[in-house]
Design a protein around this ligand. Sequence first.
Ligand code: HEC
Ligand code: HEC
Length: 245
Amino acid sequence: MAMVTLMMTRPATIALCVLLGGALPAQNTPLSAFSAAKVQTLLQDRLPCLGCHQFGDAGGRIAPDLATVGTRRSRDYIARMVRDPQSAMPGTIMPKTPMPESQRDLIITFLARQGAFAQSEGRRDSARGEEPQPPPAATSPERSPAALYARNCAPCHGAKGAGDGPNARFLPRRPSAHSNRTAMSQRPDDTLFDAIAAGGYILGKSNRMPAFGQTLSTIEMRGLVRYIRELCSCEGPAWSRDGAR
Ligand code: HEC
Ligand code: HEC
């Protein structure tokens, strides 16, 4: 009796598999249309990812295309990079972006979902244990304010802080000109520090300005504020300075 049931259900199961096989990006966590739209809104308006990363035709040009990352990288690789870039790839300019864990998981699922990695090249690669590995941190990058600025800031803000880095033209809003004396002398040091630590979005500025507070130390961020003061040859408003009250 059990045998008969089995024989009768099998063709139906196979038919179903064939049917679904055509429509689903096999083996990947499905993402509802609602969730996918939510991630797209986060990427566009809330998070800094597209400040650096290309996304199809949109986004910056200093980091790999996130629209196709699922075809190159496993979900696990993507998760490690998004959760803690500095331990996944020591020395990368990618900062760790603060966000709720549930949001992080959603973004990882979205990026991994293209699924071609799991289906084709990637499966063969990982079967051979050959998922491309990040390059070893050759020498730990120099961490003086000038070196940090050149590596992490100049691609958008420009080598001399004129707001004209090579990546600036791919951004919806022009990066602030740190060399602009008039503008920068209106900013207290604390305001500059907060922008570096918390990113643009929270301060009502462009979301493409990343938050470095979970990546650079307080001393390094203070050093960058001082470095901006050199670029503008200016100080903040008198009321904001120590001992000026
Ligand atoms: C300041 C620039 C910057 C920001 C902001 C940034 N990244 Fe990155 N990211 C990079 C760079 C550069 C790489 C490539 C690794 C390297 O060479 O350092 C990278 C690599 C990655 C990778 C692996 C891509 C691959 O093809 O190997 C993923 C996934 C990723 N980033 C996701 C994100 C997400 C999600 C966000 C937003 C929460 C984000 N990144 C924000 C610069 C950035
Ligand atoms: C991916 C591009 C990008 C990178 C990388 C980047 N910024 Fe920005 N930054 C911006 C944009 C865009 C703005 C906001 C402009 C606006 O909304 O007016 C901004 C704004 C700022 C501000 C606010 C200035 C003001 O007008 O009050 C500071 C300070 C700043 N960035 C410092 C830095 C420092 C320091 C680094 C490197 C550690 C850095 N940024 C890296 C794009 C970037």
